[in-house]
Design a protein around this ligand. Structure first.
Ligand code: GLU
Length: 427
């Protein structure tokens, strides 16, 4: 199994869980593969008058529990195997939270930092035109992900509604509020990450006040995780690491008494690039991009991209680290996962840790369906309840089977999806 192929990793994780659970052969085989996938080529008129052709994908992994659900990524190294893996993880994510949804994912191979606003709009609309016949409120519902924002969701929604000739806000989530978005959706993933850290610290009997964290990324998930780590848990975030789109390198921004996420956000662009000079002027130390991983902290929060904690990088993690909270999808390879387990690190697996986003997406769909919108505290209360219940179920299952946390999470999720497949008579 290549460490580079996320879908091989996703299949390997399922195989391991299937073995522990004694899953029957047909169900196992069904759950190893996407049920449907669409490959598209998108001709887009560029600002200079020329045409570029972009490749895109939409994968509907499993819809036994409900319409497939999952974000769309704009990424220069997107591949069908990455999208398949992410769609599989969405299937386990919606199931572990107990949402009546399946799992899917979309991706477009592009570098959004090199596109103008108008090119980005034409690309977003072109992608929606191609996938419109494949998705729908009751079929498959996209959302934002890496490098796609509520702005991108607005263009896609508008394109879809123009095509079908009616309002259909439930076809896509993560929309801005005036177009039928939900209060709290923008910050939901990061908040959910911190809810799961709160629960893990309780299990480890560690008082959250006075704990420290190190974060990889400074996009949507990382920013809200940093805010909530400080405000909700009373902890300190020592550093964040992020990609610099100007010199194409990552840097870690550290402050001994803790970073100020509000300040850093004020000097960060839409793609999570921090203005280095402004940070240095404000007293931040600028370190190597991977320095975040080796910090002496209690909690590590990878909240950027897949495949960062590997056999090679995991040994650099400080013995002080108690919790690895996977804000990103697929940050840890199976070899690294085993190593962390052996070293007694409490891993909060990605599809549990970062499920707050899709949970509020589900609330957004519910609000769209009856065209009545909830207050922010209602959204937070309901999200906290669902995330805490998911955490409890995973923790309890992990203990009962004496397995890694990730396997505990798989057992909960796969059992729910497998039961729905059986009830439908598929297996
Ligand atoms: N892209 C997010 C995720 O990976 C959210 C998906 C959604 O809201 O549908 O969970």
């Amino acid at each position: 199994m290549s460490e580079q192929n996320p879908f091989a990793i996703a299949q390997h994780q399922l195989d391991e869980a299937a073995e522990i659970m004694g899953l029957d052969r047909a169900t196992h085989e069904l759950l190893r593969w996407p049920r449907r996938e669409l490959h598209v080529s998108l001709p887009v008129r560029m600002d200079d008058g020329g045409v570029e052709v972009f490749k895109g994908y939409r994968v509907q992994y499993n819809n036994a529990l409900g319409p497939t659900k999952g974000g769309i990524r704009f990424h220069p190294e997107e591949t069908i195997n990455t999208v398949r893996a992410l769609a599989a993880w969405m299937t386990w994510k919606t199931a572990v939270v107990g949402l009546p949804l399946g799992g899917g994912k979309g991706g477009v191979v592009c570098n959004p930092t090199e596109l103008s606003e108008t090119e980005l709009e034409r690309l977003s609309r072109a992608y929606m035109r191609e996938i419109a016949g494949f998705i729908g409120e009751d079929v498959d519902v996209p959302a934002p992900d890496v490098a796609t924002s509520p702005r991108v969701m607005s263009w896609m929604l508008d394109e879809y509604e123009t095509m079908v000739g009616r309002h259909a806000p439930g076809v896509i989530t993560g929309k801005p509020l005036p177009l039928g978005g939900s209060a709290g959706r923008g910050t939901a993933t990061g908040l959910g990450v911190v809810v799961t850290i709160r629960e893990a610290l309780k299990r480890l009997e560690v008082d959250s006040e006075g704990t420290t964290a190190s974060i990889q990324g400074f996009g949507n998930v990382a920013q809200s995780a940093a805010d909530n780590y400080i405000d909700m848990l009373g902890g300190t975030v020592l550093c964040v690491s992020c990609w610099d789109s100007n010199d194409r390198k990552a840097y870690t921004y550290e402050k001994d008494d803790g970073i100020d996420p509000g300040f850093l956000a004020s000097v960060t662009d839409a793609y999570g690039t921090i203005d280095k000079d402004a940070a240095m002027e404000a007293g931040y130390k600028v370190l190597d991009g991977d320095a975040w991983l080796a910090m002496d902290v209690d909690v590590l929060i990878p909240a950027a991209i897949e495949n960062v904690i590997t056999r090679e990088t995991a040994p650099r993690i400080s013995p002080q680290v108690k919790i690895l909270a996977e804000g990103a999808n697929g940050p840890t390879t199976p070899e690294a996962d085993d190593l962390l387990h052996e070293n007694g690190v409490y891993v909060i697996p990605d599809f549990v840790c970062n499920a707050g986003g899709v949970t509020v997406s589900y609330f957004e769909q519910a609000q769209n369906a009856y065209n009545y919108y909830w207050e922010l505290d209602e959204v937070h209360r309901r999200m906290d309840t669902k995330m805490t219940a998911a955490f409890d179920a995973v923790h309890e299952t992990t203990q009962r089977h004496g397995v890694k946390n990730r396997m505990g999470a798989y057992i909960v999720a796969v059992a729910r999806v497998a039961e729905a497949c059986k009830l439908r008579g598929w297996v």
